[in-house]
Design a protein around this ligand. Structure first.
Ligand code: ZN
Ligand code: ZN
Length: 442
């Protein structure tokens, strides 16, 4: 496939590429990124907050494999979607089975629900998941070919209460990450009964305006006309201003459902913006669809979701109403950084262990292990030799105490405990080290 070179991704100069290639043979695959140690606090905050909020809202953990049968997504997500048509990583196993790296998490969760009869254990079933998703699309800022999502799904109930439970858990997740005022945009896309009428009306409207549409929309006109509404091209946005809106064509069931959702949203003091042009890219959605935006990234949703009452049937199950949502974690981190939010983490007091000389380095494990096995988070940089350099590291990692051992301390079976703020030092024998350290960390 011929993917055009991205303009937004910084290109390396020829010189740097040459230099890099001289140093090592391999680099990460285009569009896929390493999560580096320097970003530990961001990811840890997301996992901590994600688990806490999920449990608070009574969601259970589920994890499905990264590789699934390709047919699962063809049937569930829809063969005529960009995801399945162009962006899926599909390959044949040695056994000849056609499999895919999962491009999204909802179809696998429903597959698991049906396979393990999970509805038997909870009604409705409320689950959350997180992990990597894969889409072979043009790499650009905040869009990776491997990216991570956090998802919530409620399977087995059609009541509007559950649409709003999903919205509430997503908003709690974002608020716990300290996003100030996430904006909820909401719409309905109707059902099997009312959507065809609306689709016909749209076709009628756009039929004589096709020439003014962008190239993608001309293709979407036949395949998935609803997608014309969320095209970002200015010419298409202008054209849709007079397009019919679905609210005028809803059947009574969809109308009542949407009204109940909005009533509950208002009852729970959730600020929202009705957006008649909001549709979702995947085929399995019906009725409620929503997206949540932060002030810093008004173009890119932090979370999106909706109802998918037909997915079970598409996968060969019996009709099973469901609603869910997912969030791109790289994008959330980017938005947090853009808004100057710090990762909400409870930081534990740390000590930094410093060894001076080979004897001390050899003896260091005994000291460090004693501290760590007593629950004291102990950092070290034994590769650095001088006291000054090691103290600098202790400062950098904001250690409360430094525990310093030189040749003399090894011989005496003691250590110097130094308060990093005041600089006050004291010699403590090994037997009392844990006790005295804990006292000073309080
Ligand atoms: Zn309907
Ligand atoms: Zn367009």
């Amino acid at each position: 496939m011929n993917i055009p070179k991205s303009k937004t991704v910084k290109q390396e100069s020829k010189k740097t590429v040459k230099k890099r290639k001289k140093n090592h043979l391999f680099q990460s695959v285009r569009g896929m990124a390493d999560i580096l140690p320097k970003n530990q606090s961001w990811w840890k905050a997301i996992f901590d907050v994600g688990w806490t909020v999920s449990e608070l809202h009574d969601f259970r953990f589920i994890e499905t494999p990264i590789v699934e049968q390709a047919g699962l997504f063809e049937a569930g997500v829809g063969a005529a979607t960009d995801i399945v048509e162009k962006e899926m990583y599909v390959f044949k196993t040695k056994g000849g089975e056609k499999v895919a790296l999962r491009p999204e998490g909802t179809a696998p969760v429903m597959r698991s629900y049906l396979e393990h009869h999970l509805g038997y254990f909870a009604s409705p079933l409320k689950v959350f998941y997180y992990g990597p998703m894969f889409r072979y699309e043009r790499p650009q800022k905040s869009r990776y070919r491997e990216h991570h999502q956090w998802g919530f799904e409620i399977i087995g109930d059609s009541d509007a209460v559950y649409d709003v439970q999903i919205i509430l858990v997503v908003l709690s997740f974002l608020k716990a990450l300290k996003f100030k005022e996430p904006t909820l945009k909401i719409n309905t896309i109707g059902c099997r009964i009312c959507r065809p009428t609306y689709r016909d009306k749209l076709k009628e409207y756009y039929r004589y305006r096709k020439a003014k549409l962008c190239r993608d929309c001309v293709r979407r006109y036949d395949q998935n006309i609803l997608r014309l509404l969320d095209c970002k091209q200015p010419e298409c946005q202008k054209l849709r201003e007079n397009a019919p809106i679905i609210l005028d064509y809803l059947c009574s069931s969809c109308n009542n459902h949407f009204r109940s959702v909005l009533e509950l949203v208002e009852d729970n003091n959730i600020a929202y913006v009705p957006d008649p042009y909001l549709v979702r890219g995947l085929d399995y959605y019906n009725k409620t669809v929503f997206e949540v935006f932060s002030s810093s990234l008004p173009e890119a949703a932090l979370a999106g979701g909706g109802r998918y009452d037909y997915l079970s049937e598409l996968l060969g199950g019996r009709p099973m109403p469901a609603v869910g949502s997912s969030s791109g974690l790289e994008r959330i981190i980017e938005a947090m950084q853009a808004e100057d939010l710090t990762p909400p983490l409870k930081s534990k007091p740390k000590v930094f262990f410093i060894a001076i000389g080979d004897e001390a380095k050899k003896a260091s494990l005994k000291f460090i292990n004693e501290l760590r096995s007593n629950g004291i988070q102990t950092l070290e940089s034994l590769g650095k030799k001088s006291l000054g350099n090691q103290l600098k590291m202790a400062d950098k990692f904001k250690a409360r105490l430094a525990i310093i051992v030189g040749q003399r301390e090894v011989f005496e079976g003691s250590a110097i405990v130094r308060d990093m703020k005041s600089g006050v030092q004291e010699n403590i024998i090994l037997e009392k080290l844990v006790e005295e350290t804990k006292k000073r960390l309080k």
